[in-house]
Design a protein around this ligand. Structure first.
Ligand code: NDP
Ligand SMILES: O=C(O)C1=N[C@H](C(=O)O)C[C@H](O)C1
Length: 258
């Protein structure tokens, strides 16, 4: 039985993850963590054996997997805590800084502990990123547009940033057009990662969506994925919880364990 600790259990993704864990054979929700919660199982409709924590230092090592859907400013500390306590991290939270990611890769390597940081657990987004990497070899001019629900706390999305990194790693930047626009309205061209423009839209009604626009001489290619429901992430989370203990290092991206 895989004993799971879920960080961010009161949030939108946390609630979906509880349902996944409760309905999947071979895993059990043993602990939950959210810094602003109260220790009242009935209030959150949690079985009495589920331990509730509202501070990291209360948590013991009695867990196999740490699932994290919290906030960008908490995810590094949480992941570090999990690795240091030999709990396999399954990290969905976006917004981790590159230098923090590198540090955690090293820490997990030293401990030979398996874990995953997944910018996106949805198959459509994983495939979009793969296809974007392929397209960037032939179309060096590309822009990323992500669209999310208005409650999203970070911009751009972790997926969009990762897509921009993949495009940058696969294209020949010297062949890309130089952007010499003058912004009459500040921010009109979005943000850039290594010269790849990234635009973030926040609107009610949206869940999580991304387009990558590639432009060439007289032609264009558009890739698009849509997560219409947060349930779309749960297959990926399930696979990650089941497979993470088989790894002996930290991987970035769901594609590495599919
Ligand atoms: N990789 C993927 O496939 C996906 C990733 N995400 C990412 O997951 C994260 C959570 O998304 P979502 O559920 O929509 O967000 P919510 O805002 O709905 O939930 C955030 C959760 O984090 C908790 N929290 C707040 N502050 C802290 C802290 N300092 N330490 C630990 N926990 C904290 C909140 O608790 P409280 O209510 O007590 O404040 C709440 O339980 C985001 O980063 C999002 O981008 C989302 C969807 C898919
Ligand atoms: O906050 C969200 O909703 C999502 N966050 C992740 C991200 O930042 O990429 C994954 C997905 O886009 C949904």
């Amino acid at each position: 039985m895989i004993k799971v600790l879920l960080a961010g259990f009161t949030g939108s993704m946390g609630q979906k993850a509880i349902n996944l864990i409760d309905t999947t054979k071979g895993m059990e929700l043993s602990g939950v963590y959210s810094p602003h919660c109260v220790q009242d199982n009935a209030k959150y409709d949690l079985a009495s054996q589920v331990k509730i924590y509202n501070s990291l230092d209360q948590i013991d090592s009695n867990y196999d997997v740490w699932v994290d859907f919290t906030q960008p400013d908490a995810v590094y500390e949480n992941t570090k805590f999990a690795i240091e306590h030999d709990i396999h991290p399954v990290i969905g939270t976006s917004g981790m800084k590159d230098e923090h990611q590198k540090e955690l890769l090293k820490l997990a390597q030293t401990k030979q502990l398996g874990g995953i940081i997944a910018p996106n657990f949805g198959l459509s987004a994983v495939l979009l990123m793969k296809f974007a990497g392929e397209a960037a070899k032939y179309f060096p001019d590309a822009e990323v547009i992500e669209m999310h629900h208005q409650d999203k706390k970070d911009a751009p999305s972790g997926t969009a940033l990762n897509t921009a990194k993949i495009i940058s790693a696969n294209r020949d930047e010297d062949k890309a057009s130089k952007d010499e626009n003058k912004d009459n309205l500040s921010g009109s061209r979005g943000g850039t990662y290594d010269g790849v423009h990234v635009h973030a839209v926040r609107l009610p009604g949206y869940v999580a969506h991304e387009q990558v626009l590639f432009g060439g001489a007289g032609e264009a290619l558009t890739l698009r994925q849509d997560s219409f429901d947060r349930g779309s992430f749960m297959k990926g989370v399930k696979v990650a919880i089941e497979k993470v203990a088989d790894l002996d290092h930290l991987v970035i991206g769901l594609e590495n364990i599919l």
